[in-house]
Design a protein around this ligand. Structure first.
Ligand code: URA
Length: 442
């Protein structure tokens, strides 16, 4: 087999088979295929697309290019959840214990934040003592014992994807549905779950800006899951503004605890109940999503989900007292209020800009090596559709110190808000559900 012939075949619209795709992926991750040939291959896929079977085979080849996690020692159907990334997205902190409280085991590997999006591992590390590295034996034993464990990514999962993603970033080949779908799903397959629920965001703070593109991406990922025998469902939700009110690690943990107490913001609570309900259905506990939502709503209100969160924090060595007294979480010493210049209604909030602002305060990383500050971040006081007076607070920055640079960030936060004279139409949070049966809009 010669790579140049395979690039040629793809360039001319041909379909590559499983062994050809495996040859390309293993060759690339092993260093035998150079970047220039992989770039040409990615560009050929960008223009020619891939069939459903071909995309599934590419995903399998990427998943098998490195380590795969064996979760078979965990009892029950293991359901994973994946978010395409958003601002203020603390859903894993809530859904993990919520779904575990309903009897579905959650054995999750999560990532750290980069750029304008946060990462679950960073958020959990704002709880003093919390361990995000567990041995394989302890990870499995904890899931069998309390139904939930969350660790940082270990091992070399889907190295072909890691290398290819970096290459796509600099060769204008990121925005290809088969390449994005196979990239996301290869990591999920390698992480070993039996079923997968995808939280696909759409809007200004998301990777996919339009609902149509988000639905196409979701459908491609669900098709891959179906092809490889892992039941997959996707929920598409609005990311035209941040989720909930807190952006920043400890602030998000605090909001997650409030949500687990049944006192969370409505958008965050609804999204968690919906994603969690799909997980419970795929986990085989309940037959319908509506029934599962009611089951989970009960677990939020009777304290079982919060109890599960407490058990999870304790099992991984974290300060359990912080769950009942979130003032024990890291707190920033200074607050800066960002006030509205005009009056009217909040028409839009540029979520990505707020995510970047939180990163500049120290809550996120501009580079992989950067050290983050768990205490800092932004609390929104106003969300889209709310009335606002001139001089009223739109958001509060939680900062280490006041400085010229921090005041520039405050200005950036003010500019992320658009104020209109008339009340804007607010897009609903939940937009579509994609399953093996197709796309359904709410
Ligand atoms: N996230 C991924 O993991 N891969 C992509 O290609 C895009 C977003």
């Amino acid at each position: 087999m010669r790579v140049v012939d395979l690039i040629h075949k793809k360039r001319d619209g041909g379909e590559l088979n499983a062994s050809e795709l495996q040859y390309i992926m293993n060759g690339y991750s092993g260093g035998d295929i150079p970047d220039y040939q992989m770039s040409a291959f990615a560009m050929a896929v960008f223009f020619r697309g891939m069939s459903r079977v071909e995309t599934a085979n590419l995903t399998i080849a990427m998943a098998e290019s490195g380590d795969t996690v064996d979760l078979s020692a965990i009892h029950g159907i293991k359901v994973d959840k994946h978010s395409t990334g958003g601002v203020g997205d603390k859903t894993t902190l809530i859904i993990g214990p919520l779904v575990a409280a309903a009897g579905v085991p959650v054995a999750k590997m999560s990532g750290r934040g980069l750029g304008h999006t946060g990462g679950t591992i960073d958020k959990l590390e704002s709880i003093e003592g919390f361990q995000t590295e567990l041995s394989r034996e302890r990870f499995i034993a904890q899931v069998n014992d309390i139904g939930l464990a969350v660790i940082g990514q270990s091992g070399d999962l889907a190295p072909a994807d890691k290398k290819m993603y970096a290459l796509r970033d600099v060769t204008a080949t990121v925005e290809s549905i088969p390449l994005i779908a196979s990239s996301v799903m290869s990591k999920k397959l390698a992480a070993g779950a039996d079923a997968i629920v995808l939280d696909v965001k759409t809007g200004s703070g998301a990777f996919m800006k339009t609902l149509g593109d988000s639905e196409k991406l979701a459908a491609a990922m669900v098709e891959i899951g179906t092809e490889v025998g892992r039941n997959t469902a996707a929920v598409i939700s609005d990311m035209d503004q941040p989720l909930g009110y807190g952006i920043g690690n400890a602030l998000e943990v605090h909001e997650a605890i409030m949500t687990l107490q049944g006192q969370g913001p409505e958008d965050l609570t609804e999204l968690c109940l919906t994603l969690g309900a799909h997980m419970v259905v795929l986990g085989g506990k309940v037959g319908s999503v509506d029934e599962a939502r009611e089951l989970l709503r009960g677990k939020l209100h009777n304290g079982e989900a919060l109890g599960k969160f407490r058990a999870f924090i304790e099992a991984q060595g974290g300060d359990v007292a912080a769950v009942d007294d979130p003032s024990r979480l890291p707190q920033a010493p200074e607050l800066i209020e960002v006030k509205s210049d005009g009056e009217g209604y909040v028409a839009a909030i540029q979520a990505e800009q707020l995510g970047l602002a939180a990163m500049l305060l120290g809550a996120g990383r501009a580079t992989k090596e950067a050290i983050i500050d768990h205490a800092v971040g932004i609390t929104l006081r106003k969300k889209v559709g709310e009335p606002v007076q001139a001089g009223e607070t739109l958001a509060v920055l939680h900062v280490r110190e006041q400085s010229e640079a921090i005041r520039a960030v405050a200005e950036q936060v003010r500019e992320a808000y658009s104020i209109s004279a008339s009340k804007p139409a607010v897009r609903p949070l939940l937009l579509s559900v994609v399953t093996a049966d197709g796309v359904k809009r709410y």
